[in-house]
Design a protein around this ligand. Sequence first.
Ligand code: CP
Ligand code: NVA
Length: 308
Amino acid sequence: MIRHFRRDDDITPAEQQQIIDLAIAMKADPYAHKPLAGPKSIALIFDKTSTRTRVSFSVGVADLGGNPLIFQAGDSQLGAKESIADTARVLDRLVAAIVWRTFAQSNIDEMAQHSRVPVINSLSDAFHPCQLLADLQTIQEHKGSLAGKTVAFVGDGSSNMANSYLIAGVMAGMAVRIATPVSYQPLADALTTATRIASETGGSAQVTADVAEAVSGADVVVTDTWISMGQEADKERRVADFAGYSVTDQLMSLASSDAIFLHCLPAYRGYEVDAGVIDGPQSAIWDEAENRLHAQKALMHFLLTASE
Ligand code: CP
Ligand code: NVA
């Protein structure tokens, strides 16, 4: 069976832990695994801009012995001239996996439906599951383990990052608290899925408008931009709506004294986070950015092996 990674719960909690542990092993010994030896190629398609995802997947595919093929939006026939289904049927004859950053989650689902090689969601409007593997790896490295830890996501609860934190966080047995204005709720599906999975893993999922309540005693404080890619026209309204949802030194003081701060980046200092926090001693953002490489290498290794 072909294994895809369309969203965080396309893998089991046990597989998630296996991938994180492999990522940590690959970080210590980066060139030991060559599942793409040949070299086999992997298509990396970007309908939105990217620095980390583009570079970490390119380097990761090369580290695994393969060849990354990068397409920017508009480079290929995909979209206006050729359907997702036909693109999948061509690419799966030529590459070992398809990594796609796009808008609608349904695009990813459609590509996966027609592809006979693994399809990886490298960010959609709904989810950012590759980022979550890197975040969980970073938390495990800094905190020793994941289960039982509390993570507070502060900001846009309707974002891909918040949805992915809900699902991937509870899969890891964490208590996930989302602090967001009432009009920026996570996807109902993400909350329902997280609540169901939490009952199996011992994690928990909570959404509140109360920032102090969410951050109080947390082991990890996370935020993301208030204006995700595609929402630029809404900037003024969003900046006003998220007033009071900035991660400041004062807010961090409510978290556990050894809490870490994470941000998937790019960051907008003075908006969702103060410079004193993101550039301060509790920030683990550069480890987090580096771990995109290791986590995605482990993910690709897992999907390619499991799909054989
Ligand atoms: N965090 C993240 O996905 O960064 P890029 O948009 O630079 O890929
Ligand atoms: N929520 C952000 C994440 C960027 C990596 C966005 O979708 O733009």
